[in-house]
Design a protein around this ligand. Structure first.
Ligand code: NAP
Length: 272
């Protein structure tokens, strides 16, 4: 496994996304992923599966310290007391004493950012998380957050795949020593029929998903693809045994547009 290092955090470059995985399916997928060599699991309060993620983790037999667990605080818990209480509740559901990375899931302009970041830094000081970060923050918000947060921020988790140009966010994160963690990294499965990725994959004996994920990790970005199918778990992690040439990397990057977001989440900030 390759790692992305950011402000003290060592984030495994490939993780399992768990949005929409529920109940037994979720626990089984997490268990199998860890047995196959995944060392990074991404969950969130709003996914309503923290309990099952914890179950999968314990069933896998992999040592707790060898797994990087991320969870995210939902925006209605951003007032300082709520943030601490809801973090405790997440830990209780996961049955963990601490997570590795705790993120603010989306910006919430209703609560002053400095207050929320103060509370986030406080739960880190209390030992509830090893690292803290943000998600869905624009360049302007990243700059504000870094200036206001008493503790270093380790990442911005954002939508990133070949159809979305995230150069500005990547540059902002690099300036602040933060990692980019790519969500929807295989464009919600749309890469499956992509001719460019398929063509490049043919030359390496790899699938479009593998080429896409390789393109991300080769930029020192961490990626958290989700699958509900056990057989795809291995496909999505077998990306560390080949290298894309500079020309191939450029060809894939050239497909991206700043208007390439796949989902309108309704409550998103005004993207830069
Ligand atoms: N921070 C945020 O606001 C935020 C927002 C969205 C997502 N996320 C995180 O990022 C994770 C991943 O994003 P995502 O779930 O939106 O999308 P994604 O990982 O890009 O795509 C998931 C879709 O791709 C399919 N798929 C998986 N592996 C495949 C393969 N090898 N070939 C073809 N299709 C494949 C899956 O179908 P099958 O199940 O049938 O395999 C599923 O429909 C989430 O689960 C969540 O943890 C975070």
């Amino acid at each position: 496994m390759q790692f992305v290092e950011a402000n003290g955090a060592k984030i495994p470059a490939l993780g399992l996304g768990t949005w929409e995985l529920r109940g037994r399916t979720c626990a089984r997928l997490v268990e199998q992923a860890l047995k196959l060599g995944y060392r990074h699991i991404d969950t969130a309060q709003v996914y309503e599966n923290e309990r099952e993620v914890g179950e999968g983790l314990r069933a896998s037999g992999v040592r707790r310290d060898d797994v990087f667990v991320t969870t995210k605080i939902w925006t209605t818990h951003f007032a300082p007391n709520d943030l601490e209480r809801s973090t405790k509740e997440s830990l209780a559901r996961l049955r963990l004493s601490e997570v590795d990375l705790l993120l603010l899931h989306w910006p919430n302009p209703q609560v002053p950012l400095a207050e929320t970041l103060g509370a986030l830094a406080h739960v880190k000081k209390l030992g509830m998380t090893r690292h803290i970060g943000v998600s869905n923050f624009t360049v302007a918000l990243i700059d504000q957050a870094v200036a206001a947060c008493p503790e270093p921020l380790s990442c911005d988790q954002v939508e990133y795949h070949p159809y979305l140009d995230q150069t500005k966010v990547k540059d902002a994160c690099a300036r602040h020593g933060m990692a980019v963690v790519a969500y929807s990294p295989i464009a919600k499965g749309r890469i499956k029929t992509d001719q460019t990725l398929a063509g490049i994959g043919q030359a390496h004996g790899k699938t479009p998903a593998q080429v896409c994920l390789r393109w991300l990790v080769q930029q020192n970005v961490a990626a958290i693809p989700r699958t509900s199918k056990i057989e795809r778990l291995s496909e999505n992690i077998e990306i560390f045994d080949f290298v894309l040439s500079e020309q191939e990397m450029g060809e894939i990057s050239a497909m991206g547009s700043t208007r390439g977001r796949l989902t309108d989440y309704g409550f998103a900030p005004k993207w830069d």
